[in-house]
Design a protein. Structure first.
Length: 483
């Protein structure tokens, strides 16, 4: 099977695969009828290495259905792209991570799926994200993005690299209800396979007609005043750090194509987590530099990312900016607060936690950050969703102490962050997975894009400088959305 241009590819199952799928569906139906509970069935097969998961999903998605693309190109072209929804796990409130984790654990444990020794080596996944706040996303702009929402997709395409070779696999999923039939479930999967196609990602219109209008959700002066009030609170000893965000809206002359925006972000920010999450008529797109947590068995990885400055086209100026960032006491304090909290959190669940003594400089197309990679070995199994709940929100997006900062953020910002600064990612049946922090993101709905950027405020923060830093961060997306 090959994918050429706009041809519709034949993803048709082989007879062997079809018999495996039929047997899985039969067994899932038997379990569903015995237990009275829906049972998940999946099958995984290999695809040619040249298949682009994101291109297939962007070209094959149905109108207003859930879809998900999550890539980190520099990490061996790692990609996960998903279509449709067989189950949606949603919740709100402070226990939303634990509730969704419990429901996923129960659903995946009774699934009929590939075992590690079977062809394909796949199985069910759950993809999606969480709002920054326990009740976040309540405003109309965030309709469809619940405070906690993980989807088990009907189709999942995974690309991974092993020993220098790329591998792509396809997983199909069905949820067997007690009154379903094997033929009905099989027929729906056949219809979905017949719709899959793989033309290249669309391009942004190089010369759109009409005018773009850019406006702040709140006047820039509002953000500067919020920074001023925050520094006063910090100097009074009530806080060490608080993160404040702002929203900028772009009104375009025509509707945005999220697949085209994603394609540009993927090329421009290959070291970032580049993702699209479609819910109804809205799509959240991002190029986030920040890993919240990755679990691989008992191994956990994360990164403390706080403190940033702009880039320069002049190498000498660029190096000077990076050196200033590394030496700046205010940025170093902001960064240390984040690293210490992450280390304290992981220490409660780990045999050991490894944290470098000094941060490094991480450089992207338009910005450079102070970063400290942190690794840990778990003392007992803690699943990826639970780890995300334990880590979120880090002081990089919330503050320190956390409770005091979180109580102040809504009043100072005056906006509903929704999924901005929330965890976004995936998990599998083994409890492994990864979640990044939704940064450098825009919520697209029709011809309106809502862009978000925020900064960590500490004792020495200056309102004008903090406003300027948000403008630098907004440049990850604004040039794409205004031309």
């Amino acid at each position: 099977m090959t994918l050429r241009g706009g041809e519709r590819s034949s993803f048709t199952l082989t007879e062997s695969d079809r018999e495996r799928l039929r047997a899985r569906l039969d067994l899932a139906l038997q379990r569903a009828r015995r237990s009275g509970r829906p049972t998940l069935a999946t099958i995984t097969r290999a695809l040619p290495a040249e298949v682009d998961p994101a291109a297939v999903v962007c070209a094959s998605r149905r109108a207003d259905e859930s879809w998900f693309v999550f890539e980190q190109p520099d990490r061996g072209g790692a990609a996960l792209a998903c279509l449709g929804q067989v189950v949606c796990l949603e919740d709100s409130g402070p226990d939303r991570f634990a509730t969704v984790a419990d429901r996923w654990r129960s659903l995946s444990a009774r699934s009929v799926s590939d075992s590690p020794g079977e062809p394909g080596g796949g199985g069910p996944v759950a993809v999606g994200g969480f709002a920054f706040a326990p009740g976040g996303g309540a405003s109309p702009a965030w309709s469809g993005f619940e405070p906690a929402s993980l989807v088990v997709p009907q189709v999942a395409l995974v690309r991974e690299e092993h020993e220098g070779e790329r591998h792509v696999r396809l997983t199909l999923a069905a949820l067997a209800q007690p009154d379903d039939t094997t033929e009905d479930l099989l027929g729906e999967l056949d219809r979905r396979l017949g719709e899959l196609a793989g033309p290249p990602l669309p391009l942004l219109d190089p010369a759109p007609t009409g005018r773009f209008q850019v406006s702040s959700g709140m006047p820039p002066e509002h953000f500067e005043a919020a920074v001023g009030r925050a520094t006063e609170t910090i100097r009074a000893g009530k806080l060490q750090k608080i993160v404040l965000a702002r929203e900028v809206q772009v009104h375009a002359p025509s509707a945005y194509d999220p697949a085209a925006v994603f394609g540009v972000l993927r090329d421009a920010f290959p070291s970032c987590f580049v993702f699209c999450i479609g819910r109804g008529d809205a799509t959240l797109v991002a190029a986030s530099p920040e890993l919240l947590v990755r679990r691989e068995g008992q191994r956990v990885s994360t990164i403390a990312l706080a403190g940033s400055t702009r880039r320069s086209a002049d190498p000498a100026v660029d190096a000077h900016l990076g050196e200033q960032l590394m030496r700046d006491e205010s940025y170093r304090e902001e960064h240390a607060i984040v690293a210490r909290r992450i280390e304290r959190t992981l220490n409660r669940y780990a045999i050991w936690v490894a944290t470098p003594q000094e941060p490094t400089l991480v450089q992207m197309a338009n910005i450079q950050h102070l970063a400290t990679p942190i690794r840990a070995q778990l003392a007992a199994p803690v699943e990826a969703i639970e780890l995300a709940g334990l880590m979120h929100p880090t002081p990089a997006v919330g503050g320190e102490p956390s409770e005091a900062a979180l109580a102040l953020i809504p009043a100072l910002e005056g906006l509903d962050r929704g999924w901005y600064t929330g965890p976004v990612g995936w998990t599998d049946a083994a409890g492994d997975g990864e979640f990044c922090v939704a940064l450098r993101c825009a919520l697209l709905r029709g011809n309106v894009a809502r862009c978000y950027a925020g900064n960590g405020i500490v004792r020495g923060s200056k309102p004008a400088a903090e406003l300027a830093e948000t403008e630098v961060k907004l440049q990850a997306l604004l040039p794409l959305l205004t031309s």
